[in-house]
Design a protein around this ligand. Structure first.
Ligand code: SF4
Length: 465
């Protein structure tokens, strides 16, 4: 089928990684600019199969260099409607990864691609081949697309100009769910795209919870399930509510059970600690529990430094991904910060104790006014000590919780003082965890676990006679 291309095309290349040493060029990514966008247009507005390149082609790029890249596809067809744009756009990730020697990561304005040296040696020398392969796959796999044309841009000025419009389109998509809530609908949507690399991942998209990749909202899921009911996005009859605050529904639990092949049978959509949503690896932001302050920090892909727990986004993403329910970490899409149900089972914004400045600025309009100045960024807290100091100084609501917990602990038998809320359904996984244990002499000891996986039914600490 793909003899016309200087590369193999197959889903089996999806997991292929192009490491730095094997890389010929890097495109877009955190150190450059780029985006991908799909627009629905009328049939007579486009020429099927047309490809346009603005900027230098692959053959003009030197080995080891980095370049910006935007990929814009315009699609048309009798069934094509604007609600399908995000769904089709998300498939660009799959289709680019079907190409041997191409690695495509992330979505929207976060895309990051690498072309391998091997692909160049086999004759890949133009973006046109990549775009033609993607267009062929769009039409083969999404038959409602009758016509498609592609424009790739590698010129930085042109990308900057087009990116402004693209950002407006992404925001307009995200805004659509603002006035619709989980209780207003009977149907949620699921997506199984990431099961190719995270087989137990159960992705549930509701009006109050955008997908972890941030690319698919409830309206997008609905449009996709309507046009292709057998496709990767499907309807979930939400069923009766079990826990309104946590966001647990019979229908979601049933689908969790079948999609994860029995590994999970409970998911609470708005809970961080108890039966949390699974995290595949495509998430835009990772949340991490900070036991030392009993709060939750959030770090996004764009943040290059380390969070106050000493860990970077990529280290924590490695702990979180894989389609598991990991108590202590949670992957989310940025738009979930705008949800009125944002981790409401755990205190919502009152539980948030740290975010990178850029991320905080991005969602600042949705952070409650009474807490916004109490949430530190890397400018206020870079380690656990400065984090704790900031929270105390600003009278963050979590500080009151410490006092309440201390009071409650005094009344209890001193069995264990680990301030770790456990869901109970999965082993606690925490890359660095300090557990203060009061000793008989009163001076205290500190146990430090690094990269530990701990599963404990019961722990008894007794004074030695
Ligand atoms: S993160 Fe979820 S919605 Fe996004 S592509 Fe993966 S499975 Fe689909």
């Amino acid at each position: 089928m793909a003899d016309e291309f200087p590369f193999e095309i197959s889903p089996m290349f999806e997991g292929e990684r192009v490491r730095k040493g094997d890389m010929y060029v890097e495109l877009a990514g955190p150190k450059s600019r780029g985006f991908e966008l799909v627009r629905a247009v009328e049939m007579d507005e486009i020429e099927d199969g047309k490809f346009t390149l603005i900027g230098p082609d692959l053959s003009e790029m030197e080995e080891g260099t980095r370049h910006p890249l935007a990929m814009i596809y315009r699609i048309a067809g009798e069934l094509v409607e604007p609600d399908l744009e995000a769904i089709v756009e998300r498939r660009n990730h799959d289709f680019q990864n079907y190409i041997q020697g191409i690695m495509h990561l992330n979505q929207r304005y976060d895309i990051w691609l690498r072309v391998s040296k091997g692909a160049i040696q086999k004759g890949l020398n133009s973006f046109e081949s990549i775009a033609r392969a993607a267009m062929m796959l769009f039409k083969n796999e999404l038959p409602f697309i009758e016509k498609v044309e592609a424009t790739y841009i590698t010129d930085m000025d042109e990308i900057e100009k087009e990116l402004v419009g693209a950002m407006e389109i992404y925001s307009a998509r995200d805004e659509r769910t603002r006035d619709l809530h989980d209780e207003d609908v009977d149907t949620f949507y699921g997506c199984s795209l990431c099961q190719s690399f995270a087989p137990t991942n159960v992705c549930v998209i509701t009006p109050d919870r955008i997908s972890l990749c941030g690319a698919i909202n409830w309206f997008d899921g609905r449009a996709a399930a309507k046009v292709d009911p057998e496709g990767p996005q499907f309807a979930i009859n939400k069923g009766k509510v079990i826990d309104e605050i946590g966001g647990e529904y019979y229908g979601v639990n049933d689908i969790a059970n079948s999609l994860s092949s029995g590994e999970y049978d409970r998911i609470k959509l708005h809970s961080f600690f108890e039966y949390p949503h699974t995290s595949c690896g495509c998430f835009e932001v990772v949340g991490f529990y900070v036991p030392e302050v009993d709060g939750i920090g959030w770090v996004d892909r764009d943040f290059a430094g380390t969070a106050p727990n000493g860990l970077s986004f990529s280290t924590m993403a490695g702990q979180t991904g894989g389609g598991k329910q990991i108590v202590g970490f949670l992957g989310i899409g940025i738009n979930y910060f705008r949800s009125p149900k944002f981790i409401q089972a755990d205190g919502g914004w009152n539980r948030v104790v740290w975010m990178p400045k850029k991320l905080k600025d991005k969602v600042s309009g949705d952070i409650p006014k009474d807490i916004i100045d109490k949430i530190p960024t890397e400018e206020d807290a870079s380690d656990l000590e400065s984090l704790k100091k900031f929270l105390i100084e600003k009278k963050h609501p979590i500080v009151e919780k410490w006092a309440e917990e201390e009071e409650a602990e005094k009344e209890e038998e001193p069995v264990s003082h680990a301030p770790v809320p456990m869901g109970g359904q999965s082993p606690f996984q925490m890359p660095a965890f300090q557990m203060p244990v009061p000793a008989a002499g009163g001076s205290g000891v500190k146990l430090i676990f690094r990269n530990a996986k701990i599963s404990i039914d019961r722990m008894i600490v007794k004074k030695r006679d």
